[in-house]
Design a protein around this ligand. Structure first.
Ligand code: PHE
Length: 356
């Protein structure tokens, strides 16, 4: 753990051991130059608490880049609840309330929200003990599940990527494989089916993929075949780290464009994709729709029309990044990183933001 923390470039990490559930709560605050750290709460089982911490550290960094990429007044942070197995019922609620207390104790330095393994209903419970929570259900005054907004942004990003690679944004007949039928993958699959894409779906839990396949007419792909299945677009909407030396060597797609955070195991994997001629849509750019919705609706008081417009702009932003990266003859990751860093640097120079 010591090595992980020292090797990380963020501000601080708060850890709480939760005796009743034998869980570890990690809150990583990566960078508050643009404002309070805001990022989701992931609830998952990890092989070890250290793996949970590692996930929190990387996800908090992705949030810093995501907020900067959309130029919203928030910094990067992330919570991970590492529990084996994920609790349910009253036990889960107890853990969520104690997590909320921990968030509240940070006095507005970190705000939480939904992420893999948590729902708006969970955020309602978290909200019983802290005011710093995003994505509660509409009945409790929140913006609800941001997943469909993230999916909308990913769709606009897929169109931009297709325009770059195939010269058209038309998705009719385009072969798209969506990995992960969760809060984003499932609405994305439905939208793709609606616009006539040749849809393929996969999920580590076969029933989840089967349900979406039945509803959309999608073809089922076995999890172990995901990376070697020929397609135009692979849309990773499940866990992180799926793009690595082994998987990239197998890929038979032209584009990787999906919602999962931290799709690359390491930045070098962006170069591997580039060398294979596969266009990679930087995850923190294409998956910002949920952040736009939560920040826009709950803090900036935007209407849903304003949110929709802003989410649709993700495609334009990505198109610019892709065009610049073609000129620079390098992976789009680097242009996306530079853009985000410029936003943070400009704010740092102005001496604004909440960091102190
Ligand atoms: N965790 C989701 C994401 O990475 C949604 C979210 C965004 C939650 C912003 C909190 C804050 O986009």
């Amino acid at each position: 753990m010591e090595e992980l923390l020292r090797g990380w470039d963020g501000e601080s990490v708060v850890m709480r051991y939760d005796r009743p559930t034998d869980s570890f709560i990690f809150i990583a605050i990566h960078d508050r130059t643009l404002g309070m750290a805001v990022g989701g709460c992931r609830l998952s089982s990890y092989a070890s608490p250290t793996d949970g911490l590692r996930d929190a550290l990387r996800l908090s960094r992705a949030m810093t880049l995501k907020w900067a990429a959309i130029d919203f007044p928030f910094g990067g942070g992330q919570a991970v609840l590492a529990c084996r197995p994920p609790p349910t019922g009253a036990v889960r609620e107890g853990l969520l309330r104690r997590f909320g207390e921990t968030v509240q104790s940070l006095g507005g330095n970190y705000g939480t929200g939904v992420d893999l393994g948590t729902t708006s209903a969970d955020m309602d419970v978290v909200g019983e003990t802290t005011r710093w929570v995003f994505g509660r259900s509409p009945e409790r005054g929140g913006a609800g599940n941001p997943g469909p907004w993230t999916a909308l942004g990913v769709l606009s990003g897929i169109r931009a990527a297709c325009t770059q690679v195939f010269g058209t944004a038309e998705l009719g007949g385009r072969r798209v494989l969506v990995q992960g039928m969760g809060k984003v993958g499932s609405p994305l699959a439905h939208r793709l089916a609606e616009v006539g894409a040749v849809l393929m779906v996969t999920d580590a839990i076969p029933q989840r993929a089967e349900a979406v396949a039945r509803a959309t007419g999608a073809e089922l792909v076995a999890p172990e075949d995901t990376y070697r299945t020929p397609c135009d677009v692979l849309a990773p909407c499940a866990i992180g780290g799926i793009l690595n030396e082994r998987s990239v060597a197998q890929l038979q797609c032209r584009i990787v464009a999906g919602s999962a955070n931290n799709q690359l195991e390491a930045d070098a994997d962006a170069d591997r994709l580039h060398d294979r001629g596969i266009l990679y849509a930087p995850d923190f750019v294409i998956n910002a729709g949920g952040a736009i919705a939560l920040g826009g609706l709950e803090v900036l008081r935007w209407t849903t029309e304003q949110v929709e417009q802003r989410v649709q702009q993700i495609g334009n932003t990505l198109a610019e990044i892709l065009a610049d990266s073609v000129r620079a003859e390098e992976s789009p990751l680097y242009e996306a990183n530079r853009r985000a860093e410029r936003v943070i640097e400009a704010t740092r120079l102005k001496g604004e933001g909440a960091a102190s």
